[in-house]
Ligand binder design. Structure first.
Ligand SMILES: O=C(O)[C@H](O)[C@@H](O)[C@H](O)[C@H](O)COP(=O)(O)O
Length: 233
């Protein structure tokens, strides 16, 4: 399941190449592509490589796979991370679709994001995910009250609010997250892992109950999933 790479450069290049190819295919097939990317500390080297990919970025919509319920000016904003690392150079021509909307509740923000995503086709063509050491992906946290809703393969692709207190961040933030079904139809989903600890967590979570284990649900639901790993973080 896990594809190991000998260096961070090879790991980042493999991720960027695979995601760029999925975007090119979507543009060729539909004239547009939707990319969803994770926040956190792992993705930046991949985003910086992907930003230079030879594709028509003016036809690409970029969104966070999940978001903290904060304005883009906040250092916690995933939209800000995408703008600063992916939407540069050629990729600056892409269009950002934010999940956070100001002056509304987190649930209203999620509903507005769900509507905006429907308006660009209601699908994701390529996605880059990270994983926390507790096994969470997107904002799907073990023990969260929204866990089962976000994991259920029976629900339509949607975007949900995630109450604070479940993300391990201090101070904990309210969040907004795509659900796992939004990744099912993607041409390529890359889960990028680094370090021995995350490899161990992934292998352990793989055997969990998909109804309550984000990694098990991801592997069970997403056929176009690549899991890539490199030692150095
Ligand atoms: O909003 C976020 O924080 C991310 O989308 C989240 O799901 C991230 O992928 C994991 O927390 C791993 O984070 P690291 O890459 O920093 O380990």
């Amino acid at each position: 399941m896990i594809q190991s790479f000998p260096s961070p450069d090879a790991w980042a290049e493999a991720a960027a190449d695979r995601l760029a190819e999925a975007l090119r295919v979507a543009i060729a097939e539909r004239g547009q592509a939707v990319f969803a990317g994770a926040g956190g500390s792992t993705p930046s080297p991949i985003y910086r490589r992907l930003a230079g990919a030879d594709l028509d970025w003016s036809r690409v919509v970029v969104l966070p796979v999940d978001e903290r319920h904060v304005p883009e000016s906040s250092p916690d904003s995933n939209a800000r991370l995408l703008r600063e690392t992916l939407m540069t150079g050629p990729a600056a021509a892409a269009t950002l679709l934010p999940l956070h909307h100001a002056a509304v509740t987190v649930d209203r923000s999620a509903a507005l994001a769900a509507r905006a995503l429907q308006q660009v086709g209601g699908r994701v063509d390529a996605a880059l995910l990270g994983m926390g050491e507790d096994g969470h992906i997107l904002s799907i946290f073990p023990g969260s009250p929204t866990l089962k809703s976000l994991l259920s393969p029976k629900l339509k692709p949607t975007v949900l609010g995630v109450p604070k207190g479940r993300d391990g961040l201090a101070p904990s933030l309210e969040r907004i997250s795509l659900n796992i079904p939004y990744l099912k139809g993607a041409g390529r989903v890359v889960l990028a892992l680094t370090g021995a600890k995350k490899r161990e967590v992934f292998e352990r979570e793989l055997t969990g109950d998909p109804a309550v284990t984000p990694i098990a649900a991801l592997v069970a639901s997403v056929p176009a999933l690549d899991v890539i790993w490199t030692e150095a973080g």
